[in-house]
Ligand binder design. Structure first.
Ligand code: 4AD
Ligand code: MG
Length: 454
């Protein structure tokens, strides 16, 4: 199919990584990424950004324009010939070229082959994608999301687009960004509201999770998933949190927790297979990390109940000592992954119900839920079986004074079915796969407290 598409769109220039044979009169629209000037020749590495591959062009030093510099864009036509150098098989001998966009390096914030502090890179978000490392991250992410779709499509799941604007706070954590119309009255219950009603009749915000909407869908289509942004007004300083992040959420008819855990483990391993062979891992100098992950993922995830995890953690010398009933802090998660499982991903199951949102199925004091913890990324997955009993749910919603969920209770009233699902933080999974310390390098335009540049 792809070959057919490439033939149909033959007016699109062949990407550099697909130029595999010597040929005459190849035309490229590309950028100069590095330049080496010698007495007789000038070597330029050309890139179209569609792969990590550069094409070396050999210009005649006598005929080269002084404007040909790093960062400029170029339309170049020449012959692709066998290279005499050892580092590449083919090289381009330009016949004609035109510098289309000059790049004035005096004010340009980056120099080729130099490393910069992250703060400097973050100060130029719009230019940062041109750095090799960032282009590599974006292409790896492309492979990753493709593989997520192929996993779910292969297993007969249906991809659903769920809304960004919603009236539910799925996680009940009150971390929502409210939205309003410019003409809305300031107070919802005011007399002015009666005269001039707000754009939306109830309080609305940006979604924190698509789960409740997917639950509506799963009562018709028994396997669904979505890949969408989620928004949470969260901790500004963490290296694992953004207020806008990407989440993959799956929901399916299922009767036991173990099946859900196995599905998330299978998904992560499937995605790793797509990413591990990427040439771009080289650009990130992540090959050693790749071997570590190969080994860790081959061994499989270490599964621990919350109770057993507490036994491992209790009595140890943490800044914040932990007891049964407490939620994990970063230091506890890191200990489980680094010391208890020695780098393998850890699945912690059945947390105390009181730590978890209303929708999870309970079994005594605990909820039928799980988290997946990994090095670097921390908690990458959270999931559970869902409470299906109408009365239990109704009582919980009343007790916690959650408004506007009558429609959600209808799902249990009419043809309720055992189901469950999970959410996977895509940006954090990228951190794990690429050994990237901060999520703010993973996302092209990261948003966090006091940061919404470009
Ligand atoms: O564990 P969470 O809060 O689970 C849910 O939202 C469920 N409703 C999902 C579901 O069952 N459909 O979030 C899921 C994952 C986390 O494990 C984490 O990886 C990621 O989303 N995540 C964040 N990633 C980046 N920045 C943030 N502020 C994040 N908050 C959660
Ligand atoms: Mg969670």
């Amino acid at each position: 199919m792809f070959n057919h598409l490439r033939r149909s769109f033959s007016t699109l220039r062949t990407p550099i990584h697909r130029l595999s044979e010597p040929q005459k009169d190849v035309t490229l629209l590309c950028w100069v990424r590095t330049l080496r000037k010698h007495k007789d020749v000038v070597f330029a590495d050309l890139s179209d950004g569609l792969s990590p591959k550069y094409l070396q062009a050999v210009f005649d030093a006598q005929r080269v324009s002084p404007d040909l510099g790093v960062g400029c864009s170029l339309k170049v036509t020449g012959d692709l010939v066998e290279s005499q150098g050892k580092s590449q098989r083919l090289e381009l001998v330009p016949k004609t070229y035109e510098i289309i966009g000059k790049c004035n390096l005096v004010n340009y914030p980056f120099r080729p082959r130099r490393e910069y502090p992250v703060a400097h890179e973050r100060a130029h978000l719009h230019l940062r994608p041109r750095l090799r490392k960032f282009a590599a991250l974006h292409r790896i992410r492309n492979d990753l999301t493709q593989s997520m779709h192929s996993f779910f499509q292969e297993l007969d799941f249906c991809h659903i687009q769920t809304p960004i604007i919603t009236s539910n706070d799925c996680e009940g954590a009150g971390e929502v960004f409210s939205i309003s119309h410019p003409n809305d009255p300031k107070e919802k219950d005011s007399a002015e509201e009666k005269r001039n009603p707000s754009y939306f009749p109830s309080r609305c915000h940006l979604t924190v999770s698509a789960q409740l909407h997917l639950e509506a869908l799963v009562h018709s289509i028994s396997r669904v998933y979505t890949v969408q942004p989620a928004f949470r007004a969260e901790n500004a300083l963490s290296r694992k949190h953004l207020c806008e992040f990407a989440m993959l959420e799956a929901e399916l008819t299922v009767e036991n927790l173990d099946e859900l855990v196995r599905l998330s483990e299978g998904l992560i391993k499937h995605c790793w297979q797509a990413v591990r062979t990427s040439e771009d891992l080289k650009a990130l100098k992540a090959e050693e990390w790749r071997d570590k992950l190969d080994e860790a993922l081959q061994q499989g995830f270490l599964e621990l109940s919350y109770g057993d995890a507490i036994k491992e953690l209790k009595g140890r010398n943490f800044e914040c000592p932990i007891e049964w009933g407490d939620d994990f802090k970063v230091e506890h998660e890191e200990f489980l992954v680094a010391t208890v499982s020695k780098g393998r991903p850890v699945v912690v199951t059945r947390f105390p119900a009181k730590l978890k949102p209303f929708y999870m199925e309970k079994s005594g004091e605990t909820a039928e839920c799980f988290d997946v913890l990994v090095p670097i990324g921390g908690e990458i997955v959270g999931g559970s079986l869902r409470e299906t009993d109408l009365e239990t749910l109704g009582t919980l919603i009343d007790d916690q004074k959650i408004e506007g969920l009558d429609w959600y209770l209808d799902l249990r009233e009419y043809g309720s079915i055992p189901h469950g699902g999970f959410g996977l933080g895509i940006d954090r999974l990228m951190q794990y796969f690429t050994n990237t310390n901060s999520i703010k390098e993973i996302v092209a335009f990261p948003r966090w407290e006091r940061h919404c540049q470009a």
